[in-house]
Structure formats: structure tokens, C-alpha cells
Unconditional design. Sequence first.
Length: 199
Amino acid sequence: MKRLILLFLCFLLSLSPLWAYKLMYAEQYYKLFHTHFYQYPEDLNENIYYLEWALKSDFVNPLNALTPIESPEEWERYRKLFTLHVNLKLTELYRKLGSKYDKFTAYFYNYPFKRANLDSLRYAESYYQAALHYWEEALYWADQIEQKPWFTFENLSHWEDELYRINLGELDYAEFIGYDLERLYQVRDAFEAMGPGTY
């Protein structure tokens, strides 16, 4: 009898929709972005996936935006701030992902794993380069946003703060990523110089 009831319930569920909705808008993808306590590469890749789709997608109607929009000027500023913020988050995520594959020091006893370490450094370099690309995109959008101190979104003050810090030069990921790449090249050179005589 229990099996019949279970089969009947499964049949009913197969006839009804599963109450899902299609992701179509940038804000929907952005809402899926979340920070994990332990940031493993698969968690970072998940967030990168959502944010890259947010950049490719259309914006919702201004009625459903992440903050109240009351004029065409606010709508324009909101879209540019959103794009700036998402590019900054992608910069941070790619930099963190690069650090997962980076070897910060080339120890002499790592010679038996030289090839694997060089492959790992290659991955790290590609992620740092991707972070640099998104940083340049963020700078582009920061230049597109007109500076109006009296015209800010209270609900999105952290986005406004990011714009302010970029314009003041306080936030400069190019400098951080430049240090990461410089150190990576030194470590790579140390690994490439290793041989049977150095082990």
C-alpha cells in the first residue's frame, strides 16, 4: 500500500511544475553570488560563473532594481554602478583563484614536482591576467560615471564607496596584481633553474 501511495505522489509531482523560474536578468544572477567561509576553487568558480552571466544579461525593469529608481538619470547611474561593482567582484575572485594555484616560494625539495608546480604557476598567471582584465573594465566604468556627490544611492552606499576609492586612487588592483605577477615570475624562474644538482 505504501508503494502505491509513493508512486501516486511521484506521478502527481511529475504533472505539476517544480516552481522554478528562469534566470534572465543581471540582478537575478547577482543575487546568487555569495561568499563562502572556506573559499575553495569550486566555490570561487561558482561565483565567477554567476557574475559573468550578470554582466552578459539585461537589467530588470527599474521597478525591480536593487534600489528605488525614480528618474532616468538614476537608472543610468544604477546600471553603470552595478557593472562597476560586478567587475570589481570578478577582479577579487580571479585574484583569489590565482592565489589558490600560486606557489609563493620555490623550495629546493620541490624539484621532483617541478613540472606540476610550473603548471600550477601557469594557471595562477592566467587567473591573475583575468583579474587584471576585469580591473581595467572596472576603471572604464568608473570613468563613465559622472561625479555628483549629492546624487548617491543610500541602499548601495558600498558601491558608491568603491567608486569614490577608485577615483581617489585608494583602490588600485593593478598594483596588487602587479606584485602578484612579479613574485610569480621570480618563483617560476627559481623552479626553471632547478635541476638534479640543486636537489
